[in-house]
Design a protein around this ligand. Structure first.
Ligand code: BTN
Length: 268
């Protein structure tokens, strides 16, 4: 079945005042993040959402490729939070937490969050977030929040090396999902929580939902960071969204970015 976005409904939707008030839909783009960054640089307003059916050069973290064939949800959101200080990791966590809560509540799928930005089901990746910040022509800061979610894609699209590491909502729920419904629900939930965040009413780093949904906290992990590779116990998150790990050399280290993998605990 071919996916269709009924974008007119989104454009006139009563659900969002800022995020997604203006939507642009493309059959294909290079990358929704790249397109939105270009728009942000020339002064585009906060809230524009770009959605694409396919991306030709979809990007993941660490300049990885993000497989973006038809059936997935690929979107980017332009934000201009009043204070940009430290907000990039927090808004990434916020978006992941909201999507996780949505999948729990609306699809009864107990997905988990792997710090900093992966949403997984039984250890297989369902979604990732790429947040990028920059300055526009007036030196105002902007933030582009890009989200990729595996929904109705066919499994064959992933290379053999990745097949065992990814999954789709269709695979896990046994049916095709309505991309419009997912999109609208995500945007309206994000709007509510983003408004609380900018008004200082939401302390994302200490939000109990992050602990509830996390597959990382309390676990032995390996973290590959710019400072090297460390193994240790993930103790908790800070108010800035960074991860504190008690490493095997006894030192507690704080990480702002990094690739996390679980380390199997030895049998006691
Ligand atoms: C990751 O887990 O590495 C992040 C993946 C982010 C992918 C999304 S898809 C929409 C947006 N446009 C991009 O080029 N990337 C993000």
């Amino acid at each position: 079945m071919t996916e269709r976005f009924r974008i007119e409904r989104v454009q006139t939707g009563p659900m969002t005042k800022t995020i997604g008030k203006t939507m642009e839909y493309y059959d294909f783009v290079d990358s929704t993040n790249s397109l939105l960054k270009r728009r942000a640089r020339v002064g585009e307003e906060e809230g524009l959402v770009v959605v694409a059916k396919r991306q030709l050069r979809g990007r993941g973290r660490e300049r990885r490729e993000w497989c973006s064939l038809e059936g997935g949800l690929y979107l980017s959101i332009l934000l201009r939070p009043p204070s940009m200080e430290d907000t990039l990791p927090l808004l990434t966590l916020l978006a992941g937490m909201i999507l996780t809560q949505l999948l729990h509540e609306e699809y009864s799928l107990p997905v988990t969050m792997k710090w900093p930005n992966d949403i997984e089901y039984c250890g297989r990746k369902l979604s990732g977030i790429l947040s990028q910040a920059g300055r526009d022509m007036n030196q105002n800061l902007y933030l582009v929040l890009g989200l990729g979610l595996n929904v109705n894609q066919r499994r064959e699209i992933w290379p053999d090396t990745l097949k065992g590491q990814v999954t789709t909502l269709k695979d896990e729920l046994g049916k095709e999902l309505d991309l419009d419904r997912l999109l609208l629900s995500f945007l309206s939930r994000l709007e509510v929580e983003y408004m609380k965040f900018v008004q200082g009413e939401l302390d994302v780093g200490y939000d109990p939902r992050l602990v509830e949904y996390s597959s990382t906290l309390g676990e032995m992990i390996k973290i590959e960071s710019i400072d090297g590779v460390f193994i240790g116990e993930a103790l908790g998150l800070t108010s800035r969204g960074s991860l504190v790990v008690e490493c095997t050399d006894g030192i507690c280290r704080e990480f702002f970015v990094g690739d996390v993998t679980m380390v199997r605990k030895k049998r006691e």
